[in-house]
Ligand binder design. Structure first.
Ligand SMILES: Cc1ncc(COP(=O)(O)O)c(C=O)c1O
Length: 370
């Protein structure tokens, strides 16, 4: 078989993403009896109580039956929550799946998408292995640069992706910045706002993106049950847009990709989120203040805003810092892959874990500076 003639160049040249190995292997390799995951911005409180009950009560017999192919009940509940029609939602196997569906729906080789250079990389990756150019605009003061993105638009630009709040810097566009951007971007292209961390945002100036769709029908928003709702392991995310846009994107998405337990748990999570969101925000706020203080005392620069994570500049290579911290049972995210060499990103967790992390970081920094 001659794979060379079968595989498009843009697939052959794409560098595959290597996920981290299972915890039990990492613990063995680094010789640590416990491992705190501070690498994926997961919620340590777990899902809201109603979702936890649904998961615990899941009947094995139900596993034999296919789920709703279009997450019917979940779309109905989302429609009710946001006061719009259920056909304006498309649920995916994590919001990563809907990223892929949107790019497939609007782009063909030769087209381009525009996003930032230091943001969630999946927009760039899906474009890359689909033969679509990803135009990466440098962040401005750690935030998405609206004018920089507008300047890169040409007639082949199909989608602009804005991560709001931005992973990993936590920067946010306010309602006014987004409106100005949408006005200037024009209706001939799609503007996607990825709000994976929106439930963490406390700033009252944060946009109400679903309301803005009445004025800007080219606006699409992504959300997920992985972060605030702590259902990352079940994989459930969604997009919202106008009925016409969603109808187009649905054509490129795989029906039945969202499993029944994910649909049930997400539905329950939505019905029971107020106390959960408040408790999670309080935990994140406390962890962020604490960790910022620790870093200040150590003379380490931090970058963070909204979201359950904080970036820390390390005095050594980020991979070396990762290895040192792993030996102490602390798994952080290296930032070289996000084009922030020398930085790590730390997920904010409950204080007991934050204190252990701070102890490990302080020891390592002292030993590096000795
Ligand atoms: C900005 C952003 N968007 C989307 C995702 C993907 O989330 P999901 O688990 O829904 O695929 C993540 C996950 O880290 C993220 O940080």
């Amino acid at each position: 078989m001659n794979l060379d003639i079968l595989i498009p160049d843009y697939v052959r040249s794409f560098q595959v993403y290597t996920p981290s190995r299972p915890d039990h292997l990492l613990m063995q390799e680094y010789g640590t009896p416990l491992l705190h995951r501070l690498n994926n911005n997961e919620n340590p409180l777990g899902p809201p109580p109603a979702a936890a009950s649904v998961i615990a009560a899941f009947s094995p017999a139900r596993a034999a039956i296919y789920p709703s192919g279009d997450s019917y009940d979940l779309c109905a509940a989302l429609g009710e929550r946001f006061g719009i029609s259920p056909d304006r939602f498309l649920v995916g196997n994590g919001s990563c799946e809907v990223i892929s569906s949107v790019i497939k729906a609007f782009c063909q080789p030769g087209d381009n998408i525009i996003t930032a250079d230091k943001t969630f990389a999946v927009y760039e990756w899906v474009a890359g292995f689909s033969g679509i150019e990803a135009r990466l605009v440098p962040l401005l003061d750690y935030a998405f640069d609206p004018q920089g993105m507008l300047d890169r638009i040409d007639r082949k630009t199909k989608i602009l992706f804005v991560c709001n709040p931005n992973n990993p810097t936590g920067s946010c566009w306010t309602n006014q910045v987004l409106i100005d951007f949408l006005e200037k971007a024009g209706e001939e292209r799609i503007v996607v706002v990825d709000e994976a961390y929106r439930e963490y945002v406390e700033d009252p100036g944060f946009p109400d993106t679903i309301a803005l769709m009445d004025r800007f029908p080219n606006l699409v928003v992504f959300r997920t049950f992985s972060k605030m709702y702590a259902l990352a392991g079940l994989r459930c995310g969604y997009l919202a847009g106008t009925a016409e846009v969603v109808d187009m994107v649905r054509r490129t998405s795989v029906a039945y990709s969202v499993n029944v337990q994910a649909q049930q748990a997400a539905l329950a999570a939505l019905s029971d989120d107020a106390g959960h969101i408040a408790a999670t925000r309080a935990l994140v706020k406390e962890g962020k203040m604490f960790l910022r203080g620790v870093c200040n005392n150590l003379g380490l620069e931090t970058v963070g805003g909204e979201g359950n994570f904080l970036m820390i500049k390390t005095p050594i290579n980020d991979m070396l810092m990762y290895r040192r911290l792993m030996k102490r049972g602390m798994m952080v995210r290296t930032m070289t892959g996000f084009r922030f060499p020398g930085w790590i990103r730390v997920s904010l967790r409950e204080m007991a874990v934050m204190e252990s992390f701070a102890g490990a970081l302080e020891d390592e920094i002292r030993s590096i500076r000795k």
